[in-house]
Design a protein around this ligand. Structure first.
Ligand SMILES: Nc1ncnc2c1ncn2[C@@H]1O[C@H](COP(=O)(O)OP(=O)(O)OP(=O)(O)O)[C@@H](O)[C@H]1O
Ligand SMILES: [Zn+2]
Length: 546
């Protein structure tokens, strides 16, 4: 309240001063040789501008007051939510509403940082990179004496769930330093200056440590997105500017390290990536097969697993899974075991859990009429036949017609061998495989369903990347990644090219299905009988009918 009165007092000084200056000039003019007309004009202009200034000041006062009330409410709500969440028991949330703008970050003392590098499986190169940072935090004087500068800003880039937060916590845990967590989205506010004030307070909190400290900003893209040229988002720009100011203000001897994480580096403002800011950028990508195995080992350590649980085979069946998804698979399997009253997690539970994590819960109670069941069986068999017969296609691990999430059924594919590069032929094979479900429906029933919606979406996106990112199409060696920069003519050309690739792949899949019609029938009939078939059964049918 006191603060509000003070700011109102400060704000009313401006019209008051303006009024004084105005009266002084009027008196001066009155006693000099100006005409009455000039005097009246001066009087009018002066009074109108005084009215405008006073009105603006009153509005600013009102906005600041509303702003304060709303942010106080927001803090109270978040505090309630955080205290009711068990994972936040160790975290203390700052909310100094009396003296400054409320903040929404969590401060952890070194004793509360239990995560270690050994808890993070895989990412050995990333961990190696971070060892130097940990050493600096442990012995800053060693580096300062040598005149060596350690980067104060580190940017983790990579898909969700790949362990970025875990790595930041592990750095703080290993170095035994204070850790402050916040999410970029918490700085996004409608009201002028609130986000910037929160950034200031975040850095003040870090400086309080009077020693090494880590600030982790998750989802930095929420504040660090490219600044708005149209000036529509002035509040967000102010917040980002404040972050830049704070980072530029680091002294050489300062031992605060800011780690930020993003899934969208392309969205970030260039200014953030300049030297002295987030100049060490580390890619935390999806795990390889070996890394998936290591992650599975870490997460199965504290679980009751059967002796024959084949982690190797699970890692093979889960290409593209993040660490978080793998952790979820093992957790889901444990839940299945409890539900079924079994003493251990078995391979069957894990298979079921992979399906669940990938496609959502099964909908066994969803009843198909017979014709729909037939269509789904042929649709899935269509995907499988192309996978089995087309060179460069992925290996089929499992096919099911048990509906899950939005899907009527699905194929689980694995990589024949782990590759880091996609060839032109393997991309075309993937598009052909994606369109094979629709092709089988058309071929067998002379009609088509909306069951291929997600296949078409994936195929179209892949074809677009083939043209616009990889430069593999007839349009040649061009990068047209940013659709916003395409002229209408080029856009049209891209659309025509996408259609031509999809049409070609569709014809190819229809040809393959016609050629291997016996295999298609055999897989569809087996699916209608058993609902789910695994790789051994699939291989058997393939040998018999190919
Ligand atoms: N390399 C890993 N080793 C062990 N566990 C992992 C690994 N990567 C992810 N996990 C598991 O996934 C969970 C989520 O990981 P984390 O929050 O660190 O991911 P993130 O990259 O920060 O995700 P987001 O981008 O969604 O914030 C972790 O708590 C952990 O259980
Ligand atoms: Zn499909």
């Amino acid at each position: 309240m006191k603060k509000k009165k003070e700011s109102m007092k400060k704000n009313s000084i401006i019209p008051f001063l303006y009024g004084l200056v105005f009266i002084a000039i009027y008196i001066y003019l009155r006693y000099t040789a100006v005409t009455d007309g000039v005097l009246i004009a001066f009087l009018l202009v002066g009074l109108i501008s005084l009215a405008i200034i006073t009105y603006n000041q009153l509005r600013t006062n009102e906005m600041a007051h509303r702003n304060e009330i709303l942010t106080n409410e927001a803090v109270q709500l978040t505090q309630t939510a955080m205290h009711s969440h068990p994972s936040n028991r160790n975290a203390s949330m700052k909310s100094d509403t009396e003296n400054s703008t409320p903040t929404l970050f969590k401060v952890y003392s070194p004793d509360n940082m239990k995560t270690r590098m050994s808890d993070v499986a895989g990412c050995s190169e990333v961990k190696e990179d971070l060892m130097e940072v940990i050493d600096f935090l442990k012995n800053p004087q060693k580096y300062n004496e040598m005149g060596a500068h350690i980067p104060h800003g580190i940017l983790f880039m990579g898909p969700p769930g790949t362990g970025k937060t875990m790595l930041a916590r592990a750095v703080a845990g290993e170095a035994n330093v204070k850790y402050i967590y916040c999410s970029g989205s918490e700085f996004v506010e409608k009201f002028s200056g609130v986000g910037a004030a929160r950034v200031r307070e975040l850095f003040e909190e870090a400086k309080k440590a009077q020693g090494p400290c880590i600030i982790f900003i998750d989802e930095i893209d929420a504040i660090g997105g490219a600044r708005n040229l149209s000036g529509n988002d002035a509040e967000k720009d102010k917040t980002l500017n404040q972050l830049l100011v704070e980072m530029d203000g680091f002294e050489k001897s300062n031992d605060i390290i800011v780690i930020a994480a993003t899934n969208r580096k392309d969205m970030l403002d260039e200014a953030l990536l300049r030297p002295g800011r987030f100049d060490r950028q580390i890619l935390v990508g999806l795990p390889t097969k070996e890394e998936r195995l290591e992650i599975l080992k870490v997460h199965s350590k504290n679980k009751k697993v059967s002796l024959d649980l084949d982690l190797e085979s699970i890692s093979r069946k889960t290409p593209g899974f993040s660490g978080a998804q793998l952790a979820a698979v093992l957790n889901e399997s444990a839940l299945f075991a409890v539900r079924e009253n079994k003493p251990f997690i078995t391979n069957d539970f894990v298979d079921e859990a992979i399906d669940r994590v990938l496609m959502g819960p099964s909908k066994k109670n969803r009843k198909y009429i017979d014709i729909e069941r037939n269509i789904v069986a042929y649709h899935e068999a269509g995907h499988a036949v192309v996978g089995l017969t087309l060179e460069n296609a992925m290996q089929v691990e499992k096919i099911t017609i048990i509906p899950r999430g939005d899907a009527g059924g699905y194929n689980l594919f694995s990589e024949k061998e782990e590759r880091f590069l996609n060839t032109k032929n393997s991309i075309l094979a993937e598009i052909t495989g994606l369109l094979a479900g629709r092709a089988a429906e058309d071929l067998m029933f002379n009609d088509i369903t909306n069951g291929a919606t997600s296949d078409l979406k994936q195929a179209t996106n892949l074809a677009r990347r083939y043209i616009c990112q990889y430069g593999m199409s007839q349009l040649g060696l061009v990068q047209m990644d940013d659709v916003r920069n395409l002229s209408p003519r080029t856009s049209e050309k891209v659309d025509i090219e996408i259609k031509s690739i999809l049409d070609e792949c569709y014809l190819k899949s229809k040809d393959l299905l016609t050629m291997h019609k016996n295999l298609l029938d055999a897989i569809a009939l087996e699916l209608l009988d058993k609902e789910t078939i695994d790789s051994t059964q699939i291989q058997k049918l393939a040998c018999q009918y190919c």
